[in-house]
Design a protein around this ligand. Structure first.
Ligand SMILES: NC(=O)c1ccc[n+]([C@@H]2O[C@H](COP(=O)([O-])OP(=O)(O)OC[C@H]3O[C@@H](n4cnc5c(N)ncnc54)[C@H](OP(=O)(O)O)[C@@H]3O)[C@@H](O)[C@H]2O)c1
Length: 254
């Protein structure tokens, strides 16, 4: 069901990895609620521009900001600029992520480091750089971190990815406690298997059929399933929810 209210009118949101997949759907969902959305990307400027056009079509204002969330100096500089350009920041969605999969015995140091640096340190860098702006948000600031079902369940061949996503839950609960006194809420949304470039790359047809058997709602998720949960947590009606992990997984893990 489409959310059609304008509860985020006047709010500024930054969505990391907003250029494609789940991040793109989050950008559009926030725009439908009236937000100004800054679409971050790492490499695909073309895709970020497409998302920005969708944001505008959905009724929001759009801007594009390219930076690698793993690069703390680049994050700090970009978020400072966003604050200047838009007069503040109200909502941070830490969505950027990479799935560098491989079995333990063959997994390289640089793969481990990149997984943790993008998926976990990236969210930390963005939260730290955004904190002073979020604390000054006119109404309560919001952070939503995109974790994953495998952060709780584990998955063979995804040790680094799962560890990074489990770490994101610890980051979420700790920041929720740290920022609560100033009304900033910090939550995580934990998708199950969602149709995007990431799963197209790592989920062959046979594995997909097997997976479907384990999902009580009997379908792979779509990016909008996750985006609606994020748009809810970013809105005023979720003001008394903090430190939570909202699972959007069709019942795969309950
Ligand atoms: N798809 C799933 O089933 C699933 C399930 C659970 C959790 N998740 C999580 O949901 C999030 C989005 O996943 P997705 O499936 O939409 O992935 P995707 O289709 O592969 O898109 C990844 C997005 O992250 C951006 N990105 C990657 N590395 C980045 C970096 N270092 N700095 C900034 N941006 C970066 C990409 O930007 P470019 O376009 O510039 O490359 C792209 O916008 C990820 O955190 C993922 O772990 C996904």
């Amino acid at each position: 069901m489409a959310i059609i209210d304008r509860a985020l009118e006047g709010k500024v949101a930054l969505v990391t990895g907003g250029s494609r997949g789940i991040g793109r759907a989050i950008c559009v969902a926030l725009a439908k609620r009236g937000a100004t959305v800054v679409v971050n990307y790492a490499a695909r400027r073309d895709a970020a521009d497409e998302t920005a056009a969708l944001v505008t079509a959905a009724g929001g204002k759009a801007a594009v900001s390219g930076f690698d969330v793993a690069d703390s100096a680049a994050v700090a500089e970009a978020i400072k600029q966003i604050g200047k350009d838009h007069g503040g920041l109200d909502i941070l969605v830490n969505n950027a992520g990479v799935a560098i999969n491989g079995l333990l015995l063959r997994y390289k140091d640089d793969q481990w480091q990149r997984s943790l640096q993008v998926n976990l340190a990236g969210a930390f860098h963005c939260a730290r750089s955004a904190a002073s702006l979020l604390l000054r948000a006119k109404e309560a600031g919001r952070i939503v971190n995109i974790t994953s079902v495998v952060g709780e369940s584990g998955n063979a061949g995804q040790a680094a990815y799962a560890a990074s996503k489990a770490g994101l839950i610890g980051l979420t609960t700790s920041l929720a406690k740290e920022l609560a006194s100033r009304g900033v809420t910090v939550n995580a949304v934990s998708p199950g298997f969602i149709d995007t470039d990431m799963t197209a790359e790592h989920l062959p047809e046979a594995a997909r059929a097997k997976l479907l058997e384990q999902i009580p709602l009997a379908r792979i998720g779509i990016a909008d399933d996750v985006a609606h949960a994020v748009a809810f947590l970013a809105g005023p009606e979720a003001g008394y929810i903090t430190g939570q992990v909202l699972r959007v997984n069709g019942g795969l893990l309950v």
